[in-house]
Design a protein around this ligand. Structure first.
Ligand SMILES: O=P(O)(O)OC[C@H]1O[C@H](OP(=O)(O)OP(=O)(O)O)[C@H](O)[C@@H]1O
Ligand SMILES: O=c1cc[nH]c(=O)[nH]1
Ligand SMILES: [Mg+2]
Length: 222
């Protein structure tokens, strides 16, 4: 990122479809997650927990259908989520986040997508795609802990749109202003949910202060 101008936090705070968590439990868990002393097992557990917390926020606008049930006392009109829900974890680092989502939603389709960022060029390369042939979803959540240059997120949303998905949200743990702006410009029709907005990217394309490499920290591959 050497020599490439980057927007500051204030320049992206007003983007219309960006939702940044304000929950105190999230802020508490984020500090544990960022700490370099946090070991791999705890880091993975925290990614999952943050996935569940952010799932509550990202699913607030889901459509409902009425459903009649009987309580032990009488019949009543309840609700169920309308239509299918898909989660696309961007491998590898999106796996823990997707697990946290799944614990909230249970009945979901998981569409695995492998994208690896070339650490020299910072371009995302697709190496795995297990998206189904039949597409019948109300919404698909693309989940990846880190939104750095935005290349991986933009490619993931392109792939989901090419599959015919009409409603897509992107969910991450930490975003850099640069990647957030790029993703919003490339896909102004999607909602973006983030747990924290950081300062900038360093010369190697890592988010600062960030948490380091989200994949390595979840899976112990340092
Ligand atoms: O916004 P970008 O600049 O594209 O960077 C973000 C991507 O980099 C990381 O994945 P990585 O390539 O390290 O793969 P991994 O999940 O296997 O560790 C991260 O999980 C994102 O997918
Ligand atoms: O800071 C960063 C940037 C990309 N990928 C990561 O895992 N961390
Ligand atoms: Mg990685």
């Amino acid at each position: 990122m050497q020599g490439i101008p980057q927007p500051g936090r204030t320049e992206v705070l007003q983007l219309p479809r960006v939702h940044i968590s304000r929950h105190p439990v999230m802020a508490h868990k984020m500090t544990l997650l960022r700490n370099k002393e946090t070991p791999t097992s705890q880091f993975y557990r925290l990614v999952k927990e943050i996935g569940s917390l952010i799932a509550y926020e990202a699913t607030a606008g889901l459509a409902l259908r009425e459903k009649t049930i009987e309580t032990p006392l009488e019949q009543m009109q309840g609700y169920k989520l309308a239509g299918g829900i898909g989660i696309t974890p961007i491998l590898r680092a999106g796996l823990g986040l997707a697990e946290g989502f799944r614990e909230v939603l249970h009945d979901v389709q998981i569409w695995h997508l492998g994208l690896r960022r070339d650490e020299r060029t910072l371009q995302a390369l697709e190496y795995y795609n297990r998206l189904p042939h039949k597409v019948d979803l109300q919404i698909c959540y693309a989940v990846d802990p880190m939104l750095a240059t935005g290349g991986s997120a933009i490619d993931a949303v392109n792939i989901l749109k090419a599959k015919g998905i009409k409603r897509i949200s992107f969910v991450c743990i930490i975003a850099a202003p640069y990647g957030l702006l790029k993703l919003s410009e490339a896909h102004p029709d999607i909602d973006i949910y983030i747990a924290a907005l950081d300062e900038r990217l360093n010369d190697q394309g890592y988010i600062v202060p960030g948490l380091g490499d989200a994949g390595d920290r979840q899976f112990g591959t340092f």
